[in-house]
Write a protein that binds this ligand. Structure first.
Ligand code: GLA
Length: 459
């Protein structure tokens, strides 16, 4: 448990400071420090919830928690950022969430994952001790860098550590993969997996169903620039609705394709791909074109699928059926969404090979194509993100794209380390210089490095 090599000096100093604060109230108890990083996704966007691969890196920005067990089942949370007020709740088999948008819901989401998972192994909530924790989050929020996954993962690890629960990192990544469903987002498992399984100097080629990872060494001399648009990608609001809508659109497209091809048990596009040897995005998209209109209503989809409308909703939305609202007056865009996901999957495989071989031009071209597809077929970009991507290219990047869910947030660009300053400079002059000075000075725009995944130490 003492893998301090995964902690940089600043992170350790922060953890020590938090621990000192905890000790002031809790003399002589064991104190644990947890760190969990954010991530940027190099390629494979909006593929994870279709059970298709992604290729992120964990970044060198993390959330740190210092924690100590309590004798009773209450959890007391504090955040060093005064913007997030203190919270207290009790550990229970089913922890009720706070109102939408509350920061501590991500802590509860992580806890609920632990409670459900270890519950199945016979660890009842009456055996779990509460804890006191102080959170210091340094992953920029609402920027698409997975600050929420960093908080969820670190919280899950904090509850496990204070209760002496252990398991492998892959199992923990699997355990927290669906934790965002707790807060009403039907997200896939990429962010949590990247945060758990990150490796210094490596990108992570992550497959789902079942979760597994192949490491891809970052080519020496290559750099990833990340730049925040400052357009808020707040997943508690409009973005959540758009995000969930995409999940439903992809699931319906998958079912229609599955039926047309006579495949069994198709819930997501990954189930289609896994059942066809030598599949191609082009052929699968053609199948969809031949079986359904470009866009459909729920009613039309259920007619094509020959199921009743209610059971289709029930099957797709499952446990979040009553919490998630999909505006059904807008048609569901099935063709363009499926085309993005399937072509993006092809790009992920090509990108993993290009990156491993150090073919940066090719990797850059794939990133550009990913951005175009997210913009044209997935409607996940914005004029500001498009402009930033163009500036990054003009500044000499091999390629650039939005990263994360989109609808705002950050872009990333691939450059040679020696050229990163020129890319940043172009963004500075063409983008940030036009924003209000105070805002621009807050915006993250820098090189990020692939860093290690989450871990726990005892202080
Ligand atoms: C968000 C979600 C992820 C993933 C990305 C898009 O970050 O949390 O699961 O779907 O969007 O690739």
């Amino acid at each position: 448990m003492n893998a301090t090599e995964n902690w940089d000096r600043d992170e350790l100093a922060r953890a020590e400071a938090l621990a000192t604060e905890l000790r002031a109230s809790k003399r002589s108890t064991k104190i644990f420090a947890v760190r969990a990083p954010g991530r940027v996704n190099l390629i494979g966007e909006h593929t994870d919830y279709s059970g298709l691969p992604v290729m992120p890196i964990a970044i060198d920005r993390s959330t740190i928690i210092a924690t100590a067990a309590r004798d009773e089942s209450m959890v007391a949370l504090r955040n060093v950022n005064a913007h997030f007020s203190a919270r207290e709740f009790r550990i229970a088999a089913s922890i009720p969430p706070y109102p939408t948008g509350d920061w501590a819901n991500y802590v509860k989401a992580g806890f609920q994952g632990v409670i459900d998972h270890f519950g199945k192994r016979g660890v009842g909530t009456d055996q779990l001790r509460g804890l006191e924790m102080i959170v210091d989050g340094r992953v920029p929020t609402a920027a698409g860098l997975s600050s929420s996954a960093a908080l969820t993962v670190s919280s899950a690890l904090a509850l496990m550590a204070t209760n002496g629960l252990t398991q492998g990192a892959l199992e923990t990544a699997q355990m927290v993969a669906r934790s965002e469903w707790y807060v009403g987002t039907m997200a896939g498992g990429m962010d949590q997996a990247a945060s758990m399984l990150g490796r210094r100097d490596h990108a992570l080629l992550i497959h789902f169903d079942p979760l597994r990872v192949t490491l891809v060494k970052m080519p020496p001399g290559a750099a990833i620039v990340v730049a925040d648009s400052l357009e808020i990608a707040d997943k508690a609001g409009r973005v959540r609705e758009e995000y969930n809508r995409r999940v439903v659109e992809c699931a319906i497209a998958a079912r229609i394709i599955g039926k047309a091809l006579g495949l069994e048990n198709v819930r997501v596009l990954g189930d289609v791909v896994r059942q066809i040897e030598n599949w191609s995005a082009h052929d699968i998209v053609e199948t969809l074109v031949g079986s359904a209109p470009e866009r459909v209503s729920f009613a039309a989809a259920s007619r094509i699928l020959n199921v009743d409308e209610e059971s289709l909703r029930e099957e797709i939305l499952g446990e979040v059926r009553n919490r998630i609202v999909i505006d059904e007056t807008r048609p569901l865009e099935i063709l363009r969404r499926a085309r993005h996901v399937l072509t993006e999957t092809e790009r992920v495989y090509l990108a993993a090979k290009a990156l491993a071989a150090g073919r940066l031009e090719e990797m850059g071209a794939l990133m550009d194509a990913s951005h175009q597809s997210l913009r044209n077929d997935f409607d996940a970009s914005t004029p500001r993100l498009d402009a930033m991507v163009t500036y990054a290219r003009e500044g000499g990047a091999f390629g650039a794209r939005l990263t994360g869910a989109g609808f705002g947030g950050c872009i990333i660009a691939l450059t040679r380390e020696a050229d990163a300053a020129a890319v940043l400079d172009r963004l500075e002059r063409n983008y940030y210089a036009k924003l209000e000075a105070e805002a621009a000075s807050r915006a993250l725009h820098t090189i990020v490095h692939a860093g290690p995944g989450a871990n726990v130490i005892e202080l």
